[in-house]
Ligand binder design. Sequence first.
Ligand code: GRF
Length: 218
Amino acid sequence: MVHLGVLASGRGSNFQSIIDEIDAGRLKARIALLIVDNPHAYAVERARRHGIEHLCLNPREHPGKDAFFVAIADELRKRSVDLVILAGFMRIVRRPLIDAFPHRIMNIHPALLPSFPGLHGQRQAVDYGVRISGCTVHFVDEGMDTGPIIIQAAVPASPDDTEESLSERILRMEHKIYPEAIRLYAEGKLSVEGRIVRISGYEPRNEALVNPPLSART
Ligand code: GRF
């Protein structure tokens, strides 16, 4: 059984989607720990409700950014975490954590990378006027949203979209593909060669795996 460690800074709706998939028996994993960097993160409330151990680590209580990530890595290791899930964690992960969990940290980004990395991916897409945006689950490296891509899903965008309306549509898709990427990991189907992630058993015509079918995009 894969042990997950989740890092979050805010509302934690992706965290919730992972909890729900586990509770429904569709994802064979256990959430060993939630770490937040902000005591007011609503993710904490979700952890409480589901009896998930949670910790708040304050970056200001550590002598430098690396030390903060050393502390995070220590807490995760103590709980034998296999896979680290960034779920709206608003910090660039630094070396000590990346080295402690090589190719074992995932992030979700609300745009089709490499387009619109960084903050406000949805607003960037609306301002640019794209017709298709979406979301990306990727392994984390030391860059900003630059690590090897695991799965992506497209979401239509229109000139009538606002940042809010597009964000909402993308978020619904995030809640489908993040648990899916974790499931692929838990089933031992992911391997990484350079920046290419291979999914064993995946064939390009198996559209449902990488890009959930249109019927799912409600
Ligand atoms: C999501 O849009 C995710 O893509 C981005 O941060 C947001 C987190 O939302 N990385 P939530 O906290 O999971 O609700």
